[in-house]
Design a protein around this ligand. Structure first.
Ligand SMILES: NCCCCCC(=O)NO
Ligand SMILES: [Zn+2]
Length: 343
């Protein structure tokens, strides 16, 4: 399987995130991508290519222009205030506060952020746009007739909504790739999110649409991040009613429960008649993940890949979460190798 990779991911290296009531070193680090790339090479998964530049147009097909312009200028405006440390919001535009977009960068940082764990740094814009190009280059390959591709996307994307960042995500790589597949003639595209955390951003982007089916298997938002989206009763709205499936599972759920939810999701994708599949591949479902609470073992990721291959669809994998850095390479490549073995 082809891997698309850009070294520009290294430019996103936040110093700290606010988690569990204290500032901790970021879990989303460049070493994650290094380990995945090393495993791709060590396991001889296939060629590794650099992305083609696609510019801002595909991003603007999914994200709000004001939000994009904010990300483009945030660091420069933040550093003009004399600040050389990561840009993190100090409050949120919460219920019954004015919804108007603030003028000042500090206010915009609060308006366009979902949490305090997604630091904007000097290299964020370059890293995030390169990550989109990685995903889009993978989509180009599917459009060109290839069966599958792995977009080694970092920073990840599935928490990024139309107009906000969060969960270490700035641009929604998977959603932008799905939109590109739609724009290049694929009539029905499914996005399956197997990350531990609900893909609130991807749901937000496609919630009112029937041409993109969104499905997510994740830790129950009653106890797990992102808390405020990802419930089973969220089924889409308007045109999109019936084209959104959430499978929230209790933290600590066993592997067989997880695979049962996967089989239910795969059944919906087959019923939808998808012409292509985008997988938000987070491996923080791993039993040893430091911030998540499912129990998949490294061998289970082979099974995941095999189950996905059974759909017989052109498939683009976009890397999302996974913070057990030692095993991340094997966990990710097991999915891809499991897929290949059944293709
Ligand atoms: N900082 C709070 C937890 C962010 C979760 C990030 C993730 O793995 N999303 O899939
Ligand atoms: Zn996650």
């Amino acid at each position: 399987m082809l891997t698309i990779y850009s070294d520009s991911h290294r430019l996103q290296h936040g110093r700290s995130e606010l988690i569990d009531g204290t500032l901790k070193p970021c879990f989303e680090t460049p070493s994650r991508a290094d380990m995945v790339l090393a495993a791709v090479r060590q396991r001889d998964l296939g060629d590794v290519v650099h992305p083609r530049r696609h510019g801002l147009e595909p991003i603007l097909r999914v994200h709000d222009e004001g939000y994009v312009r904010f990300l483009e200028t945030a660091w420069q405006r933040w550093s003009e205030m004399g600040r050389d440390y990561d840009a993190l919001p100090k409050m949120w535009q919460i219920r019954r506060l004015r919804e108007a977009v603030p003028e000042h960068v500090e206010g915009q940082l609060c308006y366009y952020s979902m949490d305090c764990g997604t630091p904007i740094t000097a290299g964020t814009w370059q890293a995030a746009t390169a990550s989109v190009d990685v995903a889009l280059t993978g989509a180009d390959r599917l459009i060109g007739g290839e069966r599958a591709a792995f977009a080694l996307t970092r920073p990840p994307g599935h928490h990024a909504a139309r107009d906000y960042c969060g969960g270490y995500c700035f641009f929604n790589n998977a959603a932008i790739a799905a939109q590109a597949l739609r724009d290049h003639g694929m009539h029905r595209v499914a996005v399956l999110d197997v990350d531990y955390h609900h893909g609130n951003g991807t749901q937000d982007i496609f919630y009112h649409r029937s041409d993109v089916l969104f499905l997510s298997i994740h830790g129950d938002p009653r106890t797990e991040y992102p808390f405020f989206l990802g419930f089973a009763d969220e089924k889409g709205d308007g045109e999109g009613l019936g084209y959104n499936f959430n499978f929230p599972l209790a933290a600590g759920s066993c592997v067989s429960t997880w695979f049962f939810a996967l089989d239910c999701a795969l059944e919906q994708i087959a019923r939808f008649g998808a012409e292509a599949l985008v997988v938000s591949l987070g491996v923080d479902t791993f039993e040893g993940d430091p911030i998540s609470r499912f129990q998949l073992g490294t061998p289970d990721f082979v099974t995941l890949g095999a189950r996905l291959a059974a759909l017989k669809l052109p498939t683009l994998f976009c890397l999302e979460g996974g913070y057990a850095v030692g095993p991340i390479g094997d966990n990710v490549v097991n999915v891809l190798a499991g897929f290949e073995a059944r293709s």
